[in-house]
Design a protein around this ligand. Structure first.
Ligand SMILES: [Zn+2]
Ligand SMILES: [Zn+2]
Length: 265
C-alpha cells in the first residue's frame, strides 16, 4: 500500500521523536511501498500566516531533504519517497502557498476544513450544523479550484466539533456529495482516504466501518474520482499494519481500487 500523508517532527504538532529516519522505519514495517511526506506549511511569501504556521515555512519544510541525505542506503532502500507538504486554506481563495513555491514540492495537499483552527480557518461563532455544512461544502469546492493542488487532505472530515460528526455529516444529501465529488473529478483532484478519519467518532455500520465516511467515499468513487491513502500520522503509533488493514477493508467496501503509486499511476 501507499501512504501519501505522513508528518515528521518538522510539523509543530508532531512528536519530536518523529524524525524522518524513525518514520521511514515504521512505514517499511507496515509494508508501505510508496510514501509521501507532507508536513504542515505556510509559505512566508503569502501574507496572513498565523503565529503557529509562521515558523513552518518553505525552507523549514524543505530541510527534510538534508535529513534524507543523512540516511544510510539501507535506510532508504525498500520504499519510494516523495517530498510534499500540507498547506492551508482559509477561505476567499486564500491558500498558504504560492504557485512558484508549490513547484519545489513533489505534491501539495490542501485541507479544506481545518476547522479546529478557530478564528483562522474557521470563523468564530460558526456552530449551527447547517452553517458548518455549507461552509465545508464551499471550501471544498474552492480548494478544487487551486491549480497546483494535487489532492484534498481529509475531505469532509469534521474537525473542531467533538461529538457532532454524525450530526454534521448526516445532513449532507447524497446529491450534495455528488456535486462536490463530480467537481473534484472535473478538476482532477485526488481524494484522500484519511486513515485517522476512519478511526474518528461516528456510527459504525454492520461491517464495523464508519458509516458516514463510507457513504461519502462510495459516492466519490461513483463520481470517478481518483484517490490516495493518507495516514496523517504524526507519530509511529499511527503507522501500524492494523490501521492500514482497516483502511483496505474500507476502500474495498467502497469499491475503490487503489493505485500503487498515486503520483505515478
Ligand atoms: Zn490536516
Ligand atoms: Zn496532516
Amino acid at each position: 500500500m501507499h501512504n501519501l500523508h505522513c508528518h515528521t517532527h518538522l510539523s509543530s504538532c508532531a512528536k519530536k521523536e518523529s524524525t524522518l529516519q524513525v518514520m521511514i522505519g515504521a512505514l517499511k514495517k507496515a509494508d508501505i511501498k510508496v510514501a509521501g511526506i507532507a508536513d504542515h506549511i505556510w509559505d512566508s511569501k503569502v501574507p496572513g500566516s498565523s503565529g503557529w504556521y509562521a515558523p513552518q515555512n518553505v525552507d523549514h519544510v524543505r530541510s527534510i531533504h538534508q535529513e534524507y541525505s543523512a540516511l544510510s542506503d539501507d535506510e532508504r532502500a525498500g520504499i519510494k519517497l516523495y517530498f510534499g507538504c500540507e498547506t492551508e486554506y482559509i477561505g476567499q481563495g486564500r491558500v498558504g502557498m504560492t504557485p512558484e513555491s508549490a513547484e519545489l514540492f513533489d505534491f501539495v495537499l490542501v485541507p479544506p476544513h481545518h476547522f479546529h483552527m478557530r478564528d483562522f480557518v474557521r470563523p468564530s461563532g460558526l456552530e449551527d450544523a447547517a452553517a458548518v455544512r455549507k461552509l465545508m461544502f464551499e471550501r471544498f469546492m474552492e480548494c478544487c479550484n487551486i491549480d497546483f493542488v494535487f489532492g484534498l487532505a481529509h475531505p469532509f472530515t469534521v474537525l473542531g466539533y467533538d461529538g457532532r460528526v454524525d450530526e454534521i455529516l448526516s445532513g449532507y444529501r447524497d446529491d450534495d456529495y455528488r456535486e462536490a465529488f463530480a467537481f473534484a473529478k472535473s478538476k482532477d483532484k485526488s481524494i484522500e482516504i484519511n486513515v485517522s478519519s476512519l478511526h474518528k467518532e461516528g456510527r459504525k455500520d454492520s461491517d464495523g466501518l464508519h458509516a458516514e465516511y463510507r457513504r461519502m467515499m462510495t459516492i466519490a468513487r461513483e463520481c470517478g474520482c481518483k484517490f490516495h491513502i493518507g495516514s496523517d500520522a504524526h507519530e509511529i503509533t499511527r503507522l501500524t499494519a492494523e490501521r492500514f488493514a482497516l483502511t483496505e477493508k474500507f476502500t474495498d467496501a467502497c469499491g475503490i481500487v487503489l493505485p500503487e503509486d498515486p503520483l505515478n499511476p
